[in-house]
Design a protein around this ligand. Structure first.
Ligand code: BES
Ligand code: ZN
Length: 468
C-alpha cells in the first residue's frame, strides 16, 4: 500500500508532483481560467462521443441481462468483442452463482400420523425421508451431537443463520431438518444453500415446542417429504480488459474503471447499468492509443444485483501484491437517466464513497467536473450498494458515480433506452476519463510542465440519500 499512501499524502498537501499532474488550473494572472480543460484533458474528452454510448445502451437493453441467463452472456460477448476491437488484452472470468428453485413446491411433515403442514425452506433439497427426530437446540457449531447421524435434526431458530444451522447438522450426517420459530406464530421462514442435500422444513414455535416435549418422552419418528424445491448452479461472468504501458515507462500501478453489466430479472437495465458499461467501453475506446505509464484496467462485473458477487469474486482473485498496485477504482452505475438527479447541482451527479470520506478518486473527479462538459465541481456522499465496495475493502481509493435521487424506473421494466440522456452520459464519461488520464498519462510533473501551480478544488459532502 506504500505508493497509494504517498499519492494520498501529496493530494492532501495539495502537492501533486509526479503522479497526478494538475487538478484545476490555479487562478494566476495571465494563466488559463481555473475551469479550463488542459491539453491533456482535451486528448481524452474531445474524443468521447455520447452517440457511441447511447448505441451501446440501446443494444444491451434489448434484453434483460439477469446474471446466469443467456441475456447476460449476450452482453458479455458484446463487451468483450468491443474491448478486443479496441486492441485490449481481454479475459472473461467465469464464476458460479446459486439460486433457489420453487416449482410447485409441496412439503409434508408427518409425526404420529399427523401432517404439521410445514413451510418448505427456500432452496431446500427435494427428498423423502423417514427417521427418528433428535433435538439439537440452536445447532451451533461444536454443539451438534454425533447421535444426529442418520436422523432428522430438530432445530430452534436464532443466533446463527439458517444456512449455518443446516450445515452444522448436515456435516454430522443428519438426513433432514425441522426448524421451529423462536417467536410468533408463523412457520414461513428459512433458507438452505447449494450442496445441503437434505430436505429442510420449518414449523411454528408452538409446534416445535410440542415436538421438543415428545422427543424428551421417548423416540419420535417423523416423515419429511419435499418436492419441487432445490438449488440451481449457474455461471456468471466478469469481463476484464487491460492495457499495459510500455515497459520503459511503467509506474507499475493500475487504475481501474468499472461498471456492472447484469440487470435485475425483468429489467432491461438501460440505466442500471448499461449506462455505466457504455461509458466503460467508450473510455476504453478513446484511451486505447493514448500514451500511458499506468496500466488501464476496464472491468464489467456480473451478478452485482445478486449482492456484488462479481466484484467480490474479482477482488478475491487478486493477490496482496496485485491489489497493492491498484491505485484507484472508478465505478459508474446509473449515469445516464433523464429522470434522476432532481434539481441538485452538478446535474445531480454525486460520488459516493463507502466511508463517506474524500479520496484520490473523488479529489480528481470533483476537479475534473469543473473543467469538462459538466462545468461544475462534483459533490460527494456516503453509500455502498455497488461494486466500489470490495475495492474499498482492499484499501483501494474507490467511488461510485451516480445521479441521485434515483429515477422512478429504478429496477423496473421501464428502465429503457428512451429514458437515457446523452448529455449525462457525456458529462460523466468526461469526468472519469479526464481523472483517469490524470493518473495514467506519462509522468508529467505539473509543477515543471504547467505554467500554473496545481490546486485541488474544495468540494462538499452531501448527505443525499439516493431514494428507493
Ligand atoms: N445501481 C444500483 C445501486 C444503487 C442503487 C446505488 C441506489 C445507489 C442507489 C445497484 O445495481 C443495486 O441495485 N444494488 C443493490 C444492492 C446490491 C448489494 C444487491 C441495491 O441497492 O439494492
Ligand atoms: Zn446498478
Amino acid at each position: 500500500m506504500a505508493k497509494k499512501k504517498v499519492i494520498s499524502a501529496l493530494l492532501t498537501a495539495g502537492l501533486v508532483l509526479s503522479v497526478n499532474g494538475a487538478y484545476a488550473q490555479g487562478p494566476v494572472s495571465g494563466a488559463p481560467n481555473q475551469n479550463a480543460a488542459s491539453a491533456f484533458d482535451n486528448k481524452i474528452i474531445k474524443k468521447i462521443n455520447a452517440d457511441n454510448m447511447y448505441n451501446t445502451v440501446a443494444y444491451l437493453s434489448e434484453v434483460p441481462r439477469q446474471a446466469g441467463t443467456p441475456g447476460e452472456l449476450r452482453g458479455v460477448q458484446y463487451i468483450e468483442g468491443k474491448f478486443k476491437e479496441y486492441g485490449y488484452e481481454t479475459e472473461i472470468q467465469p464464476f458460479k452463482i446459486y439460486s433457489a428453485i420453487r416449482n410447485n413446491v409441496s412439503g409434508l411433515l408427518e409425526v404420529g400420523g399427523q401432517d404439521l403442514k410445514p413451510y418448505v425452506m427456500t432452496g431446500s433439497y427435494s427428498g423423502d425421508v423417514t427417521a427418528e427426530v433428535v433435538n439439537v437446540g440452536l445447532a451451533k457449531a461444536g454443539t451438534v451431537p454425533d447421535s444426529v447421524k442418520g436422523k432428522i435434526a430438530l432445530i430452534e431458530r436464532g443466533d446463527i443463520t439458517f444456512v449455518e444451522k443446516i450445515q452444522n447438522v448436515f456435516d454430522k450426517g443428519a438426513v433432514g431438518v425441522i426448524m421451529y420459530n423462536n417467536t410468533g406464530t408463523s412457520n414461513g421462514f428459512g433458507q438452505a444453500a447449494y450442496g445441503q442435500n437434505i430436505p429442510a422444513v420449518s414449523i411454528t414455535r408452538a409446534q416445535g415446542l410440542a415436538l421438543v416435549d415428545q422427543v424428551k418422552n421417548g423416540p419420535v419418528t417423523a416423515h419429511i417429504k419435499v418436492t419441487g424445491s432445490g438449488m440451481e448452479e449457474k455461471t456468471s461472468y466478469n469481463v476484464i480488459a487491460k492495457m499495459k504501458p510500455n515497459k520503459n515507462k511503467d509506474t507499475g500501478q493500475v487504475v481501474m474503471i468499472g461498471a456492472h453489466h447484469d440487470s435485475v430479472p425483468n429489467g432491461p437495465g438501460a440505466n442500471d447499468d448499461a449506462s455505466g458499461v457504455s461509458a466503460v467501453l467508450e473510455l476504453a475506446r478513446v484511451m486505447a492509443n493514448m500514451p500511458i505509464d499506468t496500466e488501464l484496467r476496464f472491468v464489467t462485473f456480473g451478478s452485482e444485483e445478486l449482492g456484488l458477487l462479481g466484484s467480490y469474486h474479482y477482488a478475491g482473485t487478486l493477490s496482496d501484491e496485485e491489489a497493492d498496485k491498484i491505485v484507484a477504482h472508478f465505478q459508474m452505475d446509473m449515469i445516464g437517466s433523464k429522470d434522476a438527479g432532481g434539481d441538485n447541482k452538478a446535474n445531480g451527479l454525486i460520488m459516493y464513497t463507502i466511508d463517506g470520506k474524500k479520496n484520490l478518486v473523488t479529489d480528481l473527479a470533483s476537479a475534473a467536473g469543473a473543467r469538462t462538459a459538466l462545468g461544475e465541481i462534483v459533490p460527494y456522499g456516503q453509500l455502498g450498494r455497488s461494486d466500489h465496495q470490495p475495492f474499498h475493502e482492499l484499501g483501494i481509493p474507490a467511488a461510485l458515480f451516480i445521479h441521485s435521487p434515483l429515477e422512478p424506473w429504478y429496477h423496473t421494466p421501464a428502465d429503457t433506452i428512451d429514458k437515457i440522456d446523452k448529455q449525462k452520459l457525456q458529462e460523466t464519461a468526461e469526468i472519469v476519463g479526464a481523472s483517469v488520464y490524470q493518473i495514467a498519462r506519462p509522468d508529467t510533473p505539473a509543477l515543471e510542465h504547467s505554467r500554473v501551480a496545481p490546486q485541488p478544488v474544495d468540494y462538499d459532502f452531501e448527505n443525499r440519500p439516493p431514494g428507493a
